[in-house]
Write a protein of this length. Structure first.
Length: 289
């Protein structure tokens, strides 16, 4: 593995572990497991997925499929499909950024270069992961042979899936909302886990979580969004965020009792942390956006 690939892999693992450190209601985290999964499942998944995700010169589709297959070999379950779908293009962009491009500009070039083979490999990964509430679509269904590029397929799903929407918008939620929330929160609070929580709650408050919406419907997703808005407001005003932990964990327990998992918001949080780390740990990417 090249030194740059090693840096990208390390940045990915860092992002995954940092996300787990925050008490994100409804998700698996350092304070509590849930949904028949433990934090160890996610730690092992991050370690397993890192190498194929950061493989030097690999196509995005190959990175996605390799990471999902490695994850299943390690934990036998879908713990990170959304994370992998978001982070694979960012990892590929990190290689292009070595040529002097800023990270988001490199990402745009990566996304516009996606082809049918990327779609074919990504479709295989999605079918293997079998995310909850996947269902079927009239056009470009993942269970059928790919007929368009991965970017076109994601654009088709952008209105119903926030992960897919990132492909169609050059990761607007990550480079706009996510990184802004993270930078602002880090300036306000010395402990990184509270900045991570601010990103998670920011995403969950900004729009209905598409994983919840897909699995449990728009009404439930909107209900969780309203609750997240209240928690986000309190976190922004709280001088001692640790005092919120009991209330956060009570909401966490209530969500998990109803099998509610804001998985898309968590996936976007990991991608935000990954983009942040790529901007800061790789010298050619410093101060890029």
């Amino acid at each position: 593995m090249s030194s740059r690939a090693q840096c990208v892999a390390a940045a990915f693992v860092w992002a995954c572990l940092a996300e787990l450190d925050a008490p994100k209601p409804g998700n698996v985290h350092a304070f509590a497991g849930g949904h028949r999964m433990t934090i160890d499942d996610f730690v092992r998944s991050a370690d397993a997925a890192a190498a194929p995700l950061s493989a030097a010169g690999a196509r995005v589709g190959a990175r996605i499929l390799g990471a999902v297959e490695a994850t299943f070999a390690a934990v036998g379950a879908n713990t990170n499909l959304g994370i992998v779908l978001l982070c694979a293009p960012l990892a590929a962009a990190a290689e292009m950024a070595a040529e002097g491009l800023q990270l988001r500009a490199a990402l745009g070039r990566v996304l516009r270069g996606l082809d049918i083979e990327d779609a074919r490999l990504a479709f295989r990964a999605i079918v293997k992961a079998a995310p909850a509430g996947l269902g079927h679509s009239a056009r470009h269904d993942v269970s059928a042979p790919a007929t368009v590029s991965l970017l076109q397929a994601m654009a088709e799903a952008a209105d119903r899936d926030r992960v897919a929407r990132q492909y169609a918008t050059d990761f607007a939620d990550i480079f706009g909302l996510g990184l802004s929330l993270f930078d602002a929160a880090r300036n306000a609070q010395p402990e990184q886990k509270w900045a991570t929580l601010a990103v998670f709650l920011g995403f969950l408050a900004a729009f209905p979580d598409s994983h919840i919406e897909r699995k449990l419907g728009a009404k439930k997703a909107a209900e969780v969004q309203r609750e997240a808005t209240q928690f986000r407001t309190r976190l922004c005003a709280e001088e001692q965020p640790a005092e919120m932990v009991p209330t956060l964990l009570a909401w966490d327990t209530a969500l998990k009792a109803e099998a509610i998992n804001p998985g898309t918001s968590a996936d976007l949080t990991v991608a935000t942390l990954f983009a942040y780390r790529l901007r800061t740990v790789l010298p050619p990417l410093s101060n890029s956006g």
